[in-house]
Design a protein around this ligand. Structure first.
Ligand SMILES: Cc1ncc(COP(=O)(O)O)c(C=O)c1O
Length: 376
């Protein structure tokens, strides 16, 4: 097994809690437990939870709350995981291990580069298809997808809304991807962790149910502002498959934390969920307006496509150094962290997270200003 370093996670793991200003987060400002559970009685009740092992595939109450978000699914279609990261890991590991012959994973790029690392580690083959710029929008290049699929194709992956571009893939494109997957009997794995953090407040439709072999991963880490719960899930159309995935999680984390399971059940009750997602939209809109103002003030340096969801943007710069060099200089000289485009396979781009408090974001951008003024 050869494990490629997961460069984005490596730089975040090493530096996000060390630098003075971190602008690498892609979700919205996290909530405290008290903000999530403001009712004193409910909070006290929650604090009485014995810290035992939880139901390992997620409690029935939580799996039912998750299933309610996916028409056609029941609790038996759900596996609760430790974040979207474990959800993706288990899905790819399981599909590759259970497949007799197909071993190709066709992966949308640019992307959060987890699935490609896992695929190669487990002996699979990764083939990219690309989002390309079309009339100031990122859209999947369906032709490049058609060129990559073959009878060896096991799964086509989608990241919608997309990291790092923040784009939402239109239903016509999703339909085209589903048709191609259908022609080859391939699975689709749709990573939807940014669902709910849309600028226009309209929930991105899930791929679940839009194609008979669509598996969805999601988590509370981004739109819900609860990454510290490490709570994610897989929704799979086949109950037997959920059972099979569950048996793989016996080897990874066994179960979600019991406290996370309880808090997630609270977060996903319909009224609470609505409240949390409205909060996400308020944050992404307000902070994008600051971020966009800053990018526009530097339109001689940055070119960008406005994100439609998630608190990340992916501008292209024309500064006289690579993004990696710029990121390293910002970290070392200014104690500020952003992510280089190279970690998403795109040089001269930067991924800047903006879902922070106004003070934090303005402070961070003014530090980038100081660096830029020394470079031009
Ligand atoms: C597209 C995507 N999927 C999955 C993850 C993992 O998220 P988590 O494990 O916190 O749910 C991330 C994290 O940034 C992501 O961007």
């Amino acid at each position: 097994m050869t494990l490629e370093p997961f460069l984005l996670e490596r730089i975040q793991s090493k530096w996000e809690h060390i630098v003075d200003i971190n602008l690498t987060e892609s979700g919205v400002l996290p909530l405290s437990i008290r903000e999530l559970v403001p009712d004193e009685n409910e909070l006290t009740e929650m604090l009485r939870t014995p810290l035992g092992y939880s139901q390992t595939n997620g409690t029935m109450l939580l799996r039912e709350a998750i299933a309610d978000m996916y028409p056609g699914a029941t609790a038996e279609n759900i596996l609760v995981t430790n974040g979207g990261a474990e959800a993706n890991f288990l899905t790819i590991w399981n599909l590759l291990s259970e497949s007799d012959r197909q071993n190709q994973v066709i992966m949308m790029q640019p992307n959060y580069n987890q699935i490609n690392g896992i695929t190669t580690a487990f002996g699979g083959v990764v083939r990219p298809y690309y989002l390309e710029m079309h009339h100031d929008k990122w859209v999947p290049d369906i032709e490049s997808l058609k060129e990559q699929v073959s009878k060896e194709t096991l799964v086509i992956t989608i990241c919608n809304p997309n990291n790092p571009t923040g784009t939402i893939i239109g239903s016509d494109y999703l339909q085209a991807v589903a048709e191609i997957a259908g022609d080859y009997g391939a699975w689709i794995l749709s990573d939807e962790v940014y669902q709910g953090a849309e600028m226009n407040g309209v929930l991105t439709p899930s791929m679940f149910g839009q194609y008979e072999k669509a598996i969805v991963t999601n988590s509370l880490s981004k739109a819900y502002g609860l990454p510290g719960l490490r709570l994610g899930w897989i929704v799979t159309p086949e109950k037997d498959h959920a059972e099979s995935l569950w048996s793989y999680s016996d080897y990874t984390t066994i179960c979600p934390s019991i406290i996370s399971d309880r808090l997630a059940t609270i977060a996903l009750q319909p009224e609470k969920r609505k409240e949390l997602l409205a909060r996400a939209t308020t944050i992404v809109r307000a902070s994008w307006s600051l971020m966009e103002g800053w990018l526009n003030d530097h339109d001689d340096i940055f070119d960008y496509v406005a994100p439609m969801a998630a608190s990340i943007c992916f501008p292209k710069h024309n500064l006289p150094l690579s993004s990696l060099e710029l990121v390293e200089r910002l970290r070392k000289e200014k104690s500020l962290l952003i992510a280089p485009g190279e970690y998403f396979g795109m040089e001269k781009h930067l991924r800047i997270g903006f879902g922070y408090s106004e003070e934090h974001l303005i402070g961070g951008l003014s530090i980038i200003d100081e660096m830029i003024s020394n470079l031009i």
